[in-house]
Design a protein around this ligand. Structure first.
Ligand SMILES: NC(=O)c1ccc[n+]([C@@H]2O[C@H](COP(=O)([O-])OP(=O)(O)OC[C@H]3O[C@@H](n4cnc5c(N)ncnc54)[C@H](O)[C@@H]3O)[C@@H](O)[C@H]2O)c1
Length: 332
């Protein structure tokens, strides 16, 4: 059994990472300031510490109290539009506060660090699928803040021996098939939960941004990777760190259009997805699909929930079972 620190473990992806680690018999300490996460999302069995990564002294106390085998760093701000309006805030949380955590780990002698990075480090790619060799040219402060943290970790390896795995997630989607966790963001900007909420009548009809892209059906194509597959990748990369730092693109390897996602929701739910067509949004690429060949080859990781219908079904079941998200549990 190992002991891990998970920052952002009260958030969407983080809560699934925590579940995966607990299911494997490990001890997990979650550090989260609940700025976008939920106390109710922290899985039973994990130790929860409400603290911000902006507090280096608090982090030093945490690392003094526990000896961790590795840090999984998921805490971040991650809304692209918000980052365009608040670049300093994004650099503060995703670079400065992230550096606080990595530095506290180094000082405590914990030299394995897994960073949640993003496809946004690539900006508008020239070709898909996107490999690790593609140029990193972020098109917004969110992607820039993550790229700068990746680069900082690279220098921390030469300076301090910190081994890091930067996992560039594409679109996290779905929910724990056992319905112990799911997605509850506010505002909800992700396509699958937003379309499900529209289908359940909880939000306005879905807006389909752009129907004239150069894609098979004219709508934008994205790579939806099941959140439990993302979580499994965090565990899969740890042994690889014994040989040095890595950066992996992490997706399902298959792109699905907005119309394909709506069709999957209609198959799974038996209901129509209310929607209306809208103009393209500035800066939205037509297609973002990962090549996950490198992480597959080097760690043996494979997506186990690759089918779009399964991704949608787990998300649908979670939303139906939790009409208020974590709200009811948060109030309890
Ligand atoms: N969801 C996706 O599709 C996606 C895609 C690419 C990358 N990512 C990355 O994955 C990670 C998790 O994303 P998510 O979708 O679960 O977001 P989320 O907002 O649900 O989770 C982020 C968590 O971090 C916490 N947090 C933020 N700043 C903090 C701070 N300074 N101190 C302590 N806690 C703090 C929040 O309270 C929240 O619980 C992020 O790093 C994000 O950039 C997510």
């Amino acid at each position: 059994m190992a002991r891990y620190l998970v920052s952002g473990g009260a958030g969407y992806v983080g809560s699934h990472v925590v579940l995966t680690l607990l299911d494997a018999g490990h001890e997990v300490i979650v550090v989260d300031d609940l700025s976008t996460g939920h106390r109710g999302a922290v899985p039973t069995g994990a130790t929860f510490i409400e603290a911000s990564l902006a507090e280096p002294n608090r982090l030093a106390e945490i690392f003094a109290a526990w000896k961790f085998d590795a840090v999984f760093h998921l805490a971040a701000l991650s809304l692209v539009g918000e980052s365009m309006a608040q670049p300093f805030r994004y650099c503060r949380d995703n670079l400065a506060n992230s550096s606080n955590l990595a530095e506290a780990a180094v000082r405590a002698g914990c030299l394995k660090f897994v960073l949640s990075s993003t496809a946004a480090v690539f900006g508008l790619p020239k070709s898909v699928p996107i490999t690790e060799e593609a140029p990193t040219l972020p098109a917004n402060p969110y992607g820039l803040s993550k790229l700068m943290m990746e680069q900082t970790l690279g220098w921390a390896e030469s300076a301090h021996g910190l081994r890091s795995a930067c996992l560039r997630y594409f679109n996290a989607a779905g929910a724990d098939p056992a319905r112990r966790a799911g997605e509850d963001q506010d505002p909800e900007t992700h396509l699958i939960p937003r379309a499900i909420m529209a289908t359940l009548g909880r939000v306005a009809p879905l807006q389909v941004f752009g129907t004239d892209y150069d894609t098979p059906d004219g709508t934008a194509v994205r790579d939806y990777v099941h959140v439990m597959d993302l979580a499994a990748a965090h565990v899969a990369v740890l042994p690889r760190l014994d040989r040095g730092s890595v950066r992996y693109n992490l997706g399902n390897g298959a792109g699905h259009s907005v119309r394909e996602v709506m069709a999957a929701i209609e198959r799974v739910s038996g209901r129509r997805v209310p929607h209306e067509n809208a103009p393209r949004r500035a800066g939205d690429p037509p297609a973002l699909v990962a090549s996950s060949a490198l992480i597959r080859a080097e760690t043996g990781w494979r997506p186990r929930h690759a089918e779009l219908d399964e991704i949608v079904r787990t998300a649908w079941e979670w939303h139906v079972a939790h009409p208020e998200g974590y709200g009811a549990r948060r109030a309890a």
